[in-house]
Design a protein around this ligand. Structure first.
Ligand SMILES: NC(=O)C1=CN([C@@H]2O[C@H](COP(=O)(O)OP(=O)(O)OC[C@H]3O[C@@H](n4cnc5c(N)ncnc54)[C@H](OP(=O)(O)O)[C@@H]3O)[C@@H](O)[C@H]2O)C=CC1
Ligand SMILES: CC(C)(CO)C(=O)C(=O)O
Length: 326
């Protein structure tokens, strides 16, 4: 099995780097200043408390430059809002049976992938990591670097699932084949509803209260939609001590915070809070808090504002005012 990693940032760089370090055949696809830094200086990867290492992982600028053969498996690790554009570059070069594995948050990517490729695998990505400068990736867990359970989409486990999980395990990750991987990804979606609050608002009690509202709406929406979600207890048990304690994150926030901080010009919120808004509209459940957070974050990006500058108290007041009007 050889891996082509499309999107070599925090997740793609971290997973690709550790697979490469384990002697597994990996090629990264990157772009811009990150591509230049990877080509010129290698991938500078810091895992937990270890010293930074420099890994000479092969890198190309487009999927067209990569050799895709019968044993290639694509790991897709771009942000969800970048999936469609990445697929447009990728799909013409794939073989009909090439598996594409979504190493992404949210639950929308797998369905998008299945429109274009026959073989899709989904991964629950629990891997706190960061990519704030070209060429550099940091994995913040002091335990296992990440928990990456895999399943065939929409459901099931096959030989590819087992082989991907085995290679991820050989690279040091915790990874189990899971037929119900999407139920785990829906649980992870609940965690990621806080990404936008972490990106937009200063941390504190008001931000916690706002995240509580996001979760309450999501619980109602997912129940109304009849979507299977693994329990919080199962999720906590699976995480166990694997990802704890986190290395001091030096003020580094969620993956959405990192997009705002790097000024990438777009964020994943439509696929996280926006997924709850969409399901709410489909199933007749109001989701004012998720919609307000979604709009607020887009506004932050449009204004080019720094992260964590929108007081959560103001958003809570606005929600109160909205509810008084209805
Ligand atoms: N970071 C984290 O802690 C975690 C992230 N996740 C999820 O993992 C997924 C990936 O996130 P993350 O790694 O943080 O994101 P990053 O922004 O760090 O990495 C994505 C990389 O893909 C590049 N890219 C985008 N489109 C293309 C393309 N068409 N061709 C080549 N490269 C491309 C981006 O380049 P550019 O910068 O130029 O856009 C960037 O380097 C997301 O769904 C995220 O929610 C899940 C768990 C934890
Ligand atoms: C849970 C968390 C915050 C871990 O880094 C994450 O998934 C993200 O940043 O997107």
């Amino acid at each position: 099995m050889r891996f082509l990693v499309v999107g070599a940032g925090a997740i793609g760089g971290g997973v690709g780097g550790l697979l490469h370090a384990a002697g597994i055949d990996v090629t990264l696809v990157a772009r811009g200043a990150h591509l230049a830094a990877l080509r010129d200086d290698g991938l500078r990867l810091r895992v937990g408390h270890e010293a930074e290492r420099v890994l000479a992982v092969p890198v190309v600028g487009t999927p067209a430059e990569a050799a895709i053969t019968d044993d290639t498996v694509v790991l897709l690790a771009v942000k969800s809002q970048q999936t469609a554009a990445a697929l447009a570059d990728l799909v013409p070069h794939l073989l009909p049976a090439t598996p594409v594995v979504s190493l992404q948050n949210g639950v929308s990517n797998e369905r998008t992938l299945l429109r274009h490729v026959e073989h899709v695998q989904a991964v629950t990505v629990m891997m706190p990591s960061s990519h704030l400068e070209p060429g550099r990736v940091r994995l913040h867990s002091a335990g296992r670097p990440g928990l990456l359970d895999v399943g065939r989409y929409p459901t099931g486990v096959d030989d590819t699932t087992r082989r991907v999980a085995a290679d991820l395990t050989a690279a040091g990750f915790e990874s189990l084949p899971r037929p119900d991987v999407m139920a785990w990804k829906h649980r992870k979606l609940l965690t990621n509803l806080g990404n936008a609050v972490n990106a937009a608002c200063p941390p504190g009690e008001d931000a916690d209260a706002l995240v509580g509202l996001l979760h309450a709406e999501a619980d109602d929406v997912l129940a109304a939609a009849g979507i299977e979600v693994v329990s919080e207890a199962a999720d906590t048990e699976r995480r166990g001590e694997l990802l704890r304690p986190l290395v001091d994150r030096d003020g580094v926030g969620s993956s959405t915070w990192q997009s705002v901080r790097r000024g990438t010009g777009d964020v994943e919120v439509d696929h996280l809070n926006g997924e709850i808004v969409l399901l709410g509209r489909l199933h007749g459940v109001p989701t004012p808090a998720n919609e307000l957070v979604r709009r607020t974050l887009h506004d932050v990006v449009r204004r080019g504002a720094p992260p964590q500058t929108v007081p959560a108290a103001g958003l809570l007041d606005e929600l109160d005012a909205q509810s008084a009007r209805t």
